[in-house]
Design a binder for this molecule. Structure first.
Ligand code: NAI
Ligand code: MG
Length: 334
């Protein structure tokens, strides 16, 4: 039977970059069947709901989704759709690799870092959110559990082994956030001791930001809590040419959603300017997850050649072309 993928085109630049990615997957001979679903603003307009039940049911059925960015309306009563999806399907690991390509405007040429972000707890637990009646006092709760910390740190070490990597850095703020970050660090040290074949280091998050900018080559796999991982992974994207280059996989037990790290980019939506590389790289993560490494390698080779030769690249990479020309250049190489 054909592998069925749930496809959520999403908002803003989403439909264009998802469409580009589907063309690439088809041209590479992946032979998937796609079932489309709405989420985000598109879903609010079409179904009166940011995340319709039918969309949740489809993701549940197919277990694999490729998702465009979603716009979360600002204001009361709208919780982030991405947070909702990650919690609903217990997608506890957010895997965000960044890899340098030569010939872009990026500051560095030899970056190869995977950030593994805990995806269901931390400051994004959604717990204890209150604002006083006068609006002058706000609270939110950060959550770290031994179970959650242990499964994400273990996931990071297992990823390091699977991908032949050498070092895992646990990033924390245990010196100030004694309870939450303290527990995360304690568990990270315990897990590290089970993997003597991997070098384990730890770093306080503010220093980590500085180190990532000054000397990013020292990093291999980073594992951290939700908020730090969100911020550090955008920082990492900036090391390799920006958000258009940064994919992410949300992985749980038996279910996974693949997406770009960036949002719906309303400033360039509908202008054929978006770089689809982020979602194409997310599709490569999906192929690797599905055990289709040969297809993943073919697509990676094609996209690397387009970017490194500067053949029809988008503006964020220093080129002058649009989404459709860039995609065409990738398709020609497949
Ligand atoms: P954004 O990530 O959409 O855009 C930030 C900057 O990066 C913009 O200048 C944009 O043009 C540029 N950019 C992003 N993707 C690009 C691409 N593929 N090619 C070229 N340039 C690209 O962040 P922003 O503007 O803060 O958020 C916009 C909306 O996206 C918000 O509603 C937010 O909630 C949502 N969002 C959704 C995410 C998701 O669905 N996973 C993640 C982050 C934000
Ligand atoms: Mg983010």
């Amino acid at each position: 039977a054909k592998q069925i993928i749930t496809v959520i085109p999403g908002d803003g630049i989403g439909p264009d970059i998802i469409d580009a990615t589907i063309k690439v997957l088809d041209k590479a001979g992946c032979n998937f069947e796609y079932e489309y679903a709405d989420a985000g603003l598109t879903a609010l307009e079409n179904h009166g709901d940011l995340v319709p039940e039918s969309t949740l049911a489809l993701i549940e059925k197919n277990k694999i989704a490729l998702k465009g960015p979603l716009t979360t309306p600002v204001g009361d009563g709208f919780t982030s759709i991405n947070v909702t999806l990650r919690k609903h399907f217990q997608l506890y690991a957010n895997v965000r690799p960044v890899l340098s390509f030569k010939g872009t405007k990026a500051r560095y040429e030899n970056i190869d870092i995977i950030t593994i972000r805990e995806n269901t707890e931390g400051m994004y637990s959604g717990l204890g959110q209150t604002v006083s009646e006068d609006g002058n006092h706000a609270e939110a709760m950060s959550l770290v559990t031994r179970e959650g910390a242990e499964r994400i740190v273990t996931f990071a070490y297992e990823t390091a082994i699977k991908e032949g990597r050498k070092k895992v850095t646990a990033v924390h703020k245990a010196n100030i956030l004694k309870s939450t970050s303290g527990l995360f660090l304690k568990v990270a040290r315990e897990v590290a001791a089970r993997y003597p074949q991997i070098e384990s280091t730890e770093m306080i998050v503010d220093n980590c930001c500085m180190q990532l900018v000054m000397n990013p080559e020292q990093f291999d796999v980073i594992v951290t809590t939700n908020l730090f991982g969100d911020i550090l992974s955008d920082l990492c994207a900036g090391l390799v040419g920006g958000l258009g280059m940064a994919p992410g996989a949300n992985i749980g037990n038996g279910c996974a959603i693949f997406e770009a790290v960036h949002g719906s980019a309303p400033d360039i939506a509908g202008k054929n300017l978006a770089n689809p590389t982020s979602v194409i790289l997310a599709a490569i993560q999906m192929l690797e997850y599905l055990g289709m490494a040969d297809k993943a390698d073919n697509i990676r080779r094609a996209i690397t050649d387009v970017i490194e030769t500067g053949d029809r690249t988008t503006r964020d990479l220093g080129g002058t072309h649009g989404t459709s020309d860039f995609t065409q250049a990738v398709l020609e190489r497949l």
